[in-house]
Design a protein around this ligand. Structure first.
Ligand code: SF4
Length: 332
């Protein structure tokens, strides 16, 4: 029997009313997230990838109940995640933690590192003072920091050290789920691989489950068992990481994968996307990707594709996924 998923999200949506630039009256609907389904098994890593502004970070907040949903539902270990305050919300907070993209912004520069890593234990009234201190030192060691760091302040540390502190703070409550929202985007390239390696190592040793959000497909590939590709608030392809990267099915995924340096070195032609992604206020009708798609047909301009399972188990939101996979996309 298959184990129930640790995280399940169904039909997640987050729409905002915004004023239209340059117009005095009238509002537009900004669809930051528009009908996202996610399933994540315990001990696995799901990579969520897509260009900036596609709705990845909003999805992270919706999953954690940190912002209101327009529609949809989220369950963590079978328990509904809601945005209301209260006992149940506090219990869920212990079980799911967020690692922010900006480690300096996530830490208080006036407080010592040791206190900030310990703070969740104090808030949740866990352990004696001695237990808490021991746990902080053990966790600092687990993330590759010496005990001396506990008495220092965030501004005395490097960017990579600060992100390790943020990670230690997120892990101190031993959460089931860790949502990493662009955890390496603010770091030097030389440090990025170290942080991804550390996340991998911690997962192997402590059995964490990650939702790893990044625009960097190279990092997502390194850590993920499964990948979901997001475009303008919707998932356009989802499947096992290796399969998806070896044979991307959606034209948007094909373009992303072709831009990864290691792939480019194999001699595969780089697929350049024309123009920037449209604004989520003016999502094109039909397939939202059609203005940039080299395979677009009349049907794509009028009918929105749904995420459909393919023969290999992957799911692709494209009317012509089978024909494109068979190499006949241009004639589809
Ligand atoms: Fe391209 Fe049409 Fe497929 Fe959208 S549905 S990805 S426009 S071929």
């Amino acid at each position: 029997m298959t184990a129930p998923p640790l995280l399940e999200a169904r039909d997640l949506a987050c729409h905002f009313k915004v004023s239209r630039p340059g117009r005095r009256r009238g509002h537009a609907l900004l669809k930051a997230v528009d009908g996202v389904d996610l399933v994540l098994q315990r001990g696995r890593t799901l990579g969520l990838v897509g260009e900036s502004g596609c709705g990845k970070s909003t999805t992270a907040k919706l999953v954690l109940g940190l912002m209101p949903r327009t529609s949809g539902q989220v369950w963590l270990a079978g328990e509904p995640v809601d945005t209301a305050a209260g006992h149940r919300w506090r219990r869920l907070r212990r079980r799911a933690q967020l690692v922010h993209q900006d480690p300096l912004g996530a830490l208080d520069r006036r407080l010592t590192v040791g206190y900030q890593v310990m703070e969740p234990l104090i808030v949740h009234r866990i352990g004696s003072r001695a237990d808490r201190r021991a746990k902080v030192l053990a966790l600092l060691q687990a993330v590759g920091l010496g005990p001396d760091v506990a008495t220092r302040h965030p501004h005395e540390l490097s960017g990579g050290q600060r992100q390790r502190v943020v990670l230690a703070r997120a892990l101190i409550l031993e959460p089931d789920l860790v949502v990493c929202d662009e955890p390496i985007s603010a770091l030097d390239v030389s440090i990025q691989a170290q942080v991804v390696n550390l996340l991998q190592d911690l997962r192997e040793r402590l059995g964490h489950t990650y939702l790893f959000i990044s625009h960097d497909l190279k990092a997502v590939r390194q850590i993920s068992d499964e990948i979901a590709v997001m475009y303008l608030g919707r998932i356009v392809e989802q499947g096992p990481a290796e399969d998806l990267l070896r044979m991307p099915g959606h034209p948007y995924t094909q373009a992303l994968v072709s831009a990864v340096p290691a792939r480019a070195a194999t001699g595969r032609r780089r697929i350049l996307l024309e123009g920037d992604p449209p604004s989520p206020i003016d999502v094109p009708p039909g397939c939202a990707f059609h203005p940039r798609c080299r395979f677009a047909q009349d049907r794509c301009r009028g009918e929105r594709p749904t995420l459909r399972p393919q023969a290999d188990g992957r799911r692709v939101a494209c009317h012509f996924a089978e024909a494109i996979a068979a190499g006949a996309g241009a004639a589809a």
